[in-house]
Write a protein that binds this ligand. Structure first.
Ligand code: HEM
Length: 456
C-alpha cells in the first residue's frame, strides 16, 4: 500500500501500530523535512560533480557514512526531550536538475520530476518571481550547482569537523563552488530571531502528532497532511514508500539599517509615540519583535509566542493586509500553499538585533537569511507565495501593497496604514516602503530519499 500523503490526521510516528509502509517511508526520508532539525550552527556546501561515477560514489558515501533517517532523528529528539541525551548532527543533501543530469540521468528521466520550476532551475525562473538578474547574484550562484550539502548541529565543533570530512571526501573531479555559514540568533527570551530583530520560525505546518498535540488550536489548526511537503522520489527503488521533497534555497541579504530607518519614519509619519512606535515595524511584519501577532493586540508582550490566531474580522485596521505574515499565510484559505521553512540567519554583527539602538549602528549589508523551505511543489508553494501573494499589491484587497519584507519589483502604488490600532481612519496615501531584502542567488533542489542515495 502506498503511504497516504493526504491523510488529514497528523502522523503518530512512534505509535506501536504504525504500519510497515509508513515506517519504511520514515526510514528512507531525510531529516529536517517533517520536523525541523537543530541547526544553530549550519554549514551549506555547494558542489559541482563533473564525473557521473565519482559524483554518485561521493553521494553514496555521504549517505551511508553521515546521514540519518527522519525516524532516527525523531527518536533522537524524543530522547533529548525525555532524558536530555544529545543527538547526532544533521547532514542533508539536495540535488539540482543539472545535478541529476550530471549524475547520469537522461533528459527523459529527469522529466519524471513533475515540478516545472525544478526542471527549469532557479536561473531560468528569474522573471517568474521578479528576482534580480543572474549577473547580479553572488558568483558562486551564477555557476551550475549540482548539489547542496547541509550540515547542522547546536554546537560549532561537530559542524566544523563534519564540514572538513565531507569536503575531504569530494573526488578530485568535483568542485566546491561556494559555501555559506548559518548561525542562529536568539532574543533574551530565547526565541530564534532574524536580522531585523523579529522572532522567526514560529508558524510552521506541523505533520507529527506529538508536535501538533503541544499546540493550542482553538482558531488555527497547525496540522497539515504530508502532501504539503512530500512527493514520491521518482528514482528511488520503491517510490510508493520512498519520498523526497523540493528544497528552495535563497540567499537573502538584509539591509538592517534601511529597515530600521523605515520603521522610525513610519512611526513619525503616523504620529506614534512611546511604546506605540513599535507598531510601525509590526505593521510591516505582522508580528511585534517579540512575536506577538499584531492582529490580536496593539502592543507587544504577554508570554509565549502565540500562533493560535486567524485574521478573521480584521479589516486591515489591526494587521495590514500587506504585513509579511498575512501575505504569506492569510490563514482563512491557501493551506496547500504553506511550506516547511527551515532557513537560518547568516552574517555576524556586533550590535543586538532586538534592541532599540539607532539605525546608524545597524549593518547595511553582509547579513541576512539563508532562506530554505521544503515543498511538494515549488511552482504552487514557494513561487506562488513570492509572486502571487508577496509580489502582488492587490492580493486579498486591491491596492494594499507589496509585502514590505520580501516583495520584489516595482512598488508604484501608494498605500495607507492604520493610525490607531483597530480603529477606522487610515493615514494619507504614502509611498510603499523601500525594498530592504535583496536576493543574492540560490537554486532549486530535490532532497531525495536515502534509498536513492544509498543505491547510487
Ligand atoms: C514568517 C521574516 C523571507 C514566508 C516570518 C516571520 C518573520 C519573517 C519575522 C514571523 C515568524 C513566524 O510567524 O514564524 C522574514 C524575513 C525574510 C523572510 C526577514 C527575508 C529576509 C520569507 C520568504 C518567504 C517567507 C522568502 C516565502 C516566499 C514566510 C511564511 C511565514 C513567515 C510562510 C509564516 C506565516 C504564518 O504562518 O503565519 N517571516 N521572512 N518568508 N515567512 Fe518570512
Amino acid at each position: 500500500m502506498p503511504v497516504d500523503l493526504n491523510n488529514a490526521l497528523p502522523l503518530a510516528w512512534d505509535s506501536a501500530t504504525l504500519d510497515a509502509d509508513t515506517k519504511a517511508m520514515l526510514d528512507n526520508l531525510q531529516p529536517n523535512i517533517l520536523r525541523a532539525h537543530v541547526r544553530e550552527h549550519l554549514s551549506v556546501l555547494f558542489v559541482r560533480f563533473n564525473d557521473a561515477a565519482e559524483g554518485r560514489a561521493f553521494l553514496r558515501h555521504v549517505a551511508t557514512t553521515w546521514m540519518k533517517s527522519a525516524r532516527e532523528h525523531l527518536k533522537e529528539a524524543r530522547d533529548f526531550a525525555g532524558r536530555g541525551r544529545r543527538g547526532t548532527p544533521y547532514v542533508g543533501v539536495g540535488i539540482s536538475k543539472a545535478g541529476y543530469r550530471d549524475l547520469g540521468h537522461s533528459v527523459e528521466q529527469v522529466r519524471a520530476f513533475g515540478d516545472q520550476a525544478f526542471r527549469d532551475g532557479m536561473k531560468r525562473r528569474v522573471a517568474e518571481v521578479e528576482d534580480p538578474p543572474v549577473e547580479q547574484w553572488d558568483r558562486a550562484y551564477q555557476r551550475e550547482i549540482h548539489a547542496v550539502v547541509l550540515i547542522g548541529d547546536d554546537r560549532p565543533g561537530p559542524v566544523a569537523t563534519l564540514r572538513d570530512e565531507i569536503i575531504g571526501a569530494l573526488p578530485a573531479s568535483a568542485r566546491l563552488l561556494g559555501e555559506e555559514t548559518g548561525r542562529g540568533m536568539r532574543n533574551p527570551a530565547g526565541d530564534g530571531i532574524e536580522h531585523f530583530g523579529y522572532v522567526d520560525g514560529r508558524s510552521q505546518p506541523l505533520f507529527l502528532k506529538d508536535e501538533v498535540d503541544r499546540e493550542p488550536r482553538k482558531r488555527w489548526d497547525p496540522a497539515f497532511p504530508l502532501a504539503n511537503v512530500l512527493v514520491p522520489d521518482p528514482f528511488a527503488p520503491d517510490p510508493r514508500r520512498h519520498h523526497g521533497s523540493y528544497l528552495v534555497f535563497r540567499k537573502l541579504e538584509q539591509n538592517v539599517r534601511a529597515f530600521k530607518e523605515i520603521e522610525e519614519r513610519l512611526a513619525d509619519d503616523l504620529g506614534l509615540k512611546g511604546e506605540d512606535r513599535h507598531r510601525a515595524g509590526a505593521m510591516l511584519v505582522g508580528r511585534f519583535k517579540d512575536g506577538t501577532p499584531l492582529t490580536g493586540k496593539g502592543k507587544a508582550g504577554g508570554g509565549p509566542v502565540a500562533n493560535d490566531f486567524t485574521f478573521e474580522g480584521d479589516d486591515g485596521s489591526k494587521c495590514p493586509f500587506s504585513g509579511h505574515i498575512r501575505k504569506t499565510n492569510p490563514r482563512s484559505f491557501g493551506r496547500e500553499v504553506l511550506m516547511a521553512r527551515r532557513g537560518q540567519t547568516y552574517g555576524r554583527r556586533g550590535d543586538q538585533p532586538w534592541d532599540d539602538a539607532p539605525p546608524e549602528t545597524r549593518p547595511s549589508g553582509g547579513v541576512g537569511l539563508l532562506f530554505m523551505a521544503f515543498n511538494s511543489s515549488l511552482v504552487d508553494q514557494f513561487e506562488f507565495t513570492q509572486r502571487s501573494w508577496a509580489g502582488n499589491p492587490d492580493f486579498e484587497n486591491p491596492g494594499t501593497g507589496h509585502d514590505p519584507v520580501i516583495g520584489q519589483g516595482e512598488r508604484a502604488i501608494k498605500v495607507t496604514f492604520p493610525k490607531v490600532w483597530g480603529k477606522p481612519g487610515q493615514s494619507p496615501p504614502q509611498a510603499q516602503v523601500a525594498q530592504t531584502v535583496t536576493m543574492k542567488g540560490g537554486e532549486y533542489f530535490f532532497a531525495p530519499s536515502l534509498a536513492y542515495l544509498r543505491g547510487l
